[in-house]
Design a protein around this ligand. Structure first.
Ligand SMILES: NC(=O)c1ccc[n+]([C@@H]2O[C@H](COP(=O)([O-])OP(=O)(O)OC[C@H]3O[C@@H](n4cnc5c(N)ncnc54)[C@H](OP(=O)(O)O)[C@@H]3O)[C@@H](O)[C@H]2O)c1
Length: 427
């Protein structure tokens, strides 16, 4: 039996608290798997007096003290892409300590630099809990699906958004109503912007892209749109066409670069991603000749995230040596973004218009001038002079062509609100 692995944990909230509990409860099992004890030599949080529901020993108020302690590993579970979390990770690595973190914001922004620092010092920097909670997608992309080039990764990576969309579908309630209810239940943050605006999904997608395509995580090479504009009407029409609306993070290889997008998408109702419900996460990996693989499960919360952090700790205890993003940081190229129109797709379009003669012809005129052709159409509510919804599905079209047409249509005095456009995903 080797010497114990000495662990220091900064952050004792949802994830950190879970890790402390698992290490205490599963000591014998983890020792059997790692071949050595995993012991907690120090912990830190803001409030020394907070009742936490577990035994707190060796508490220090300054998390940076953990990076200067005799710990072998520092576990950063504070959060934030700058400030104390960044300082802690940098100091721990500089002081020769392995690091485990669940901090996708930090790694999406500074991942390459931190990986380089870790690798220069022959240290591990592991982050399984940062993407999709308990689903082992980081290890899978880093170590398993590597023989053939991954072509695409598509994921439902934010449980809050998926919960809201699932509830909107089940209840017919608006985005604002369901968000309020989710906040009351603790499924959404008091400030939900990072979740519902797509930013959290973007952080996770940047990490998955890096692992899948061997590039440095790059948030700037990504378009990001959230779910705030999705209406119950869109969800209803999606189901009439045999689709469901999901917030997807999509990263794919194209001949002209990597296409990275976060956006609400229409997903075929029978596809695996469409059936990821509530707060769950799902990830579909097109691993080239190896085929497609689908992973789903709990993407957040105490137990799934603690499970992922502890798996990283056991690997470190075993002496694992894997490059942070699956290849040496010095070999992570700059991400070449694909042009906006690299990927064609059919589009769902919804217009709220006054039911007046000529309105359909006007819409059709703008679409055809921009080269957008319509595959099918639904019109609902016929009441002369009153607003009605017109919904169209286009043939495969470039995004810029649809945007051009919608700009013209939105300027019409017969159109009552901002037209809605949502891409339709093949899988
Ligand atoms: N929650 C999830 O399901 C989940 C899933 C995946 C990844 N993550 C990531 O895991 C990390 C932690 O998330 P969490 O949900 O566990 O957060 P949390 O519940 O808010 O806990 C944060 C912890 O950090 C401590 N803290 C905050 N600011 C600090 C500071 N300036 N100095 C020292 N300690 C500080 C807090 O201390 P007090 O307890 O004293 O306030 C608390 O213990 C984040 O990077 C998050 O993105 C979370």
């Amino acid at each position: 039996m080797g010497a114990p692995l000495k662990i220091a944990i900064a952050g004792l909230g949802t994830v950190g608290g879970g890790v402390v509990k698992v290490l205490a409860a599963q000591g014998a099992e983890l020792r059997a798997r790692a071949g050595r004890d995993l012991i907690v030599v120090g912990v830190s949080a803001r409030d020394a007096k907070k009742a936490r529901g577990f035994q707190v020993e060796n508490f220090v108020t300054d998390p940076l003290a953990l990076a200067n302690s005799d710990a072998d590993v520092v576990v950063e579970l504070i959060g934030g892409d700058e400030g104390v979390a960044r300082k802690l990770v940098e100091t721990a690595l500089a002081n020769g300590k392995h690091v485990v973190t669940a901090n996708k914001a930090l790694l999406a922004k500074h991942g390459k630099q931190l990986a380089a620092l870790a690798e220069q010092k022959n240290l591990q920097l592991k982050f399984e809990a940062a993407v999709a909670g308990g689903i082992p997608i980081v290890k899978t992309l880093r170590e398993s699906l590597i023989a053939y080039e991954v072509q695409a990764v598509k994921g439902i990576l934010n449980g809050t958004c998926n919960y809201i969309l699932t509830e909107m579908e089940a209840s017919g309630a608006s985005f604002a109503e369901v968000l309020k209810e989710a906040q009351a239940l603790g499924y959404a943050e008091a400030d939900p912007t990072l979740d519902v605006g797509g930013g959290d999904t973007a952080h996770k997608l940047a990490l998955l892209s890096s692992l899948a395509f061997g590039v440095a995580p790059d948030l700037s090479a990504m378009t990001v749109e959230g779910i705030q504009h999705i209406t119950p009407a869109d969800i209803h029409f999606a189901s009439e066409f045999g689709f469901r609306i999901k917030l997807l993070g999509v990263a794919r290889r194209t001949p002209s670069g990597i296409d990275q997008k976060v956006h609400p998408a229409m997903v075929r109702a029978r596809s695996p991603l469409a059936n990821v419900d509530g707060a769950a996460n799902g990830v579909l990996v097109d691993a080239g000749r190896a085929g497609p693989f689908f992973f789903s499960g709990r993407g957040a919360g105490e137990a799934p995230t603690a499970s992922a952090v502890v798996a990283d700790l056991v690997e470190i205890a075993r002496g694992s040596h894997t490059p942070v993003f699956g290849r040496p940081a010095t070999g992570l190229g700059a991400l070449k973004p694909a042009p906006a129109d690299a990927a064609l797709s059919p589009w769902y379009l919804r217009f709220e218009v006054l039911d007046l003669p000529g309105v359909l012809a006007e819409i059709a005129g703008h679409l055809s001038q921009s080269g957008v052709s319509i595959e099918s159409m639904i019109q609902r509510g016929r009441d002369l002079g009153a607003p009605v919804a017109i919904v169209m599905i286009t043939h495969e079209t470039q995004q810029s062509a649809v945007e051009r047409a919608l700009k013209g249509i939105a300027a019409s005095d017969k159109v009552r609100s901002r037209p809605c456009m949502i891409p339709m995903e093949a899988a």
